[in-house]
Design a protein around this ligand. Sequence first.
Ligand code: SIN
Length: 187
Amino acid sequence: MHDTTALNQAMDHFDGHDNVWLFGYGSIIFKADFPYLARRPAHILDWQRRFWQGSHDHRGTPAAPGRVVTLVEAPGARCAGMAYLITPEEFAHLDHREKNGYLRVVTPIHFAEGGVADGLTYVAAPDNAAWLGPASEADIAAHIARAAGPSGPNRAYLLELAAALRALGEDDAHIFAIEQHLIRLSS
Ligand code: SIN
């Protein structure tokens, strides 16, 4: 499996900072398995959340990848999620967790309660080895319905993400359409 850990560990944008804001838009919203100093609903601009990334290590296997979310550049778009204030030591764990194609990207993070700060988010770009790319929302749901990996069933990733966005009061047409297709498939 191609592994982005070393590329991420060479990143020095926030060197010397005592803490860094991390923006989560996928499993990082609903599975914060790292300590944090603060947690705030937030959004970023000009990026769209899409189930276009393959997962060889969490929700699928190299032979039968799952589908997970990444961010795709989309001028004018808004992507809601959760921001966490963390200490730089947490990046060792996060780089390992996100190693299947994700690279740290610097972005302004807009907090729901107001204010903005520069921070990091993990993006899997189209040139990474696990990239799957676009498919219809019905096909994505069918793919998710049959995939599973070491972190559990792919369907749990989708359903937990949709529930977390709903709890944040956020509407994400792409995620909720795939959720509806998945529910129809399993009924
Ligand atoms: C994220 O949650 O911010 C990155 C994608 C993922 O791990 O699901």
